[in-house]
Design a protein around this ligand. Structure first.
Ligand code: BES
Ligand code: MN
Ligand code: ZN
Length: 493
């Protein structure tokens, strides 16, 4: 699906389908009116008959003769001041309606609806994102691909000449974000026998080549030399060698301190010796979605050429039970020097992340954000709507909450006070890798906080948002939109 912007005269459209927003009960205005007049009043007549319902997202497809082959009338509700929700409902309905039409090219005028407090750029962005989400398929593992062509192939947004520059930048950025999200989704959806730590490292190298990023992939020996004892303890039960991926995108002056993103890359989480129950264990292939979101965000940022310095760090390994696996009760020394008593081998994410949080200190980052499918407790607390946000810094919390609202990829702040640290006391080491069952998402964040003292830091627990279960099982690419919007604000704020 390709998107572009053009300045077109509505009364002379030549396309497979024009997408026209309608405020039901109000007379047609602007381009909608021009199309109606060019069609001898057919649009208004159909609307007057009452076929288009008031509910935002109702649609009627008109089939015409001539250069304009179809018009898709889309209700944006019953009042001229369209709400964000009505607009996004209308956008979603457009892609559903187009799926059953054979138009290869469409011209959208949907953004001509006035959405309260939202810019043209936002309205275009929403259309691109919904179109790309609807077009996404994961079929690389099916021997027979779905043969139906992806339609439409070309989407043209008609915008006034004066708005061309802003509109085309918005569309280019939305496509870059969608490309990053598809990359994240593909990595998440791949099976764990293919998407191994080595595969992730190879994909990161490919990404680096394509976008001119700096890359380093550390192997076991290099991690041993760095004394990453916590990460290596998780990796030691698996036949798959761990990798430590470091990517650098330099879009700003080298004097500017970078932002670092750190993503949990457990390519399969069996729980290790503290093994998980069998039911639904396949979904633990998604335990590398934090890593995939770091790679996808880097892809989006690099394609947008944002003026920012960004580091992506991905500690990646597999959490397996075996004769070599770490045991409950093992004590390991992390790269920071703190010793950790591994009381539960299924709390492995924090073990690989703590060494990565120490490693990033060398870049003197201004801000570090880690992204992890870290705890089932976060899903219990927040469900599947918001990612969990933990940070000691109020200003950083505000930035991330805003980026979530702007992108529609929201997070919700959770507590992180010292009081919770008590539960991580170990009888034998500096810290235990688990607290009790209660407040499990918070104590996991508290564990990480001990390793993130040298910079501003936030932790996103995406256990409830990174993928969907059930019939629509699949990676969501969250929180790539949130992170990308945050970085756009940092680059331009
Ligand atoms: N990857 C899981 C967290 C998870 C579980 C995410 C279910 C999404 C759905 C993580 O490694 C884990 O196993 N966490 C444990 C922590 C516990 C042992 C303290 C959990 O949540 O049960
Ligand atoms: Mn686990
Ligand atoms: Zn895990």
């Amino acid at each position: 699906m390709q998107f572009s912007t053009k300045t077109l005269s509505a009364d002379r459209l030549k396309t497979g389908c024009a997408i026209v927003p309608v405020v039901v009960g109000e007379p047609l205005a602007g381009d909608a009116r021009a199309i109606d007049q060019a069609q001898g009043g057919r649009l208004a007549a159909v609307i007057a008959r009452g076929d288009l319902q008031k509910k935002a997202g109702s649609t009627v497809m008109l089939h015409l003769e001539g250069a304009l082959q179809r018009v898709l009338l889309v209700s944006v509700g019953g009042s001229a001041e369209v709400t964000e929700k009505s607009y996004t409902d209308a956008v979603a309905a457009v892609w559903r309606a187009l799926a059953s039409a054979a138009a290869d090219e469409v011209v959208s005028l949907l953004h001509e609806a006035t959405v309260s407090q939202r810019s043209l750029e936002w309205k275009l962005h929403a259309q691109v994102m919904a179109g790309r989400a609807a077009a996404y398929r994961f079929e690389s593992m099916k021997s027979r691909k779905d043969s139906a062509p992806r339609r439409p192939r070309q989407v043209v947004f008609s915008v006034a000449r004066a708005q061309q520059a802003a509109a085309s930048q918005a569309v280019a950025r939305a496509q870059a974000l969608a490309n990053g999200m598809d990359f994240t989704r593909d990595l998440g959806n791949l099976p764990p026998n293919i998407c191994t730590p080595t595969y992730l490292a190879d994909q990161a190298k490919k990404l680096a080549r394509e976008f001119g990023l700096k890359i380093e992939v550390l192997d076991t020996r290099q991690m041993q030399a760095l004394k990453m004892g916590a990460l290596l303890a998780v990796a030691q039960g698996s036949e798959q060698p761990p990798k430590f991926i470091v990517l650098q995108y330099n879009g700003a002056s080298s004097r500017q301190q970078p932002v670092a993103l750190v993503g949990k890359g457990i390519t399969f989480d069996t729980g290790g010796i503290s093994i998980k129950p069998a039911a639904g264990m396949d979904e633990m292939k998604f335990d590398m979605c934090g890593a995939a979101s770091v790679l996808g965000t880097l892809r989006a940022v690099a394609e947008m050429k944002l003026k920012i310095n960004l580091i992506g760090v991905v500690p990646t390994c597999e959490n397996m039970p075996s004769g070599r696996a770490t045991r409950p009760g093992d004590i390991v020394t992390s790269m920071s020097g703190q010793t950790v008593e591994i009381l539960n081998t299924d709390a492995e994410g924090r073990l690989i992340l703590c060494d990565a949080l120490t490693y990033v200190e060398r870049f003197k980052p201004r801000t570090v954000i880690d992204i992890a499918t870290l705890t089932g407790a976060c899903v219990v607390a927040l469900g599947h709507h918001h990612s969990g946000l933990f940070t000691p810094q109020d200003a950083l919390a505000a930035e991330l909450l805003d980026a979530g609202r702007d992108s529609g990829d929201t997070c919700w702040r959770m507590p992180l006070d010292e009081a919770y640290q008590d539960s991580l006391k170990s009888r034998f080491a500096d810290v235990a890798n688990v607290g009790g069952r209660d407040g499990g998402a918070i104590t996991a964040a508290c564990f990480l906080a001990r390793f993130a003292k040298k910079y501003d830091w936030a932790h996103l627990d995406i256990a409830g948002t990174a993928w969907k279960s059930g019939a629509a099982k699949g990676a969501s690419a969250r929180p790539v939109p949130l992170l990308t919007h945050f970085l756009i604000s940092r680059a331009e704020g």
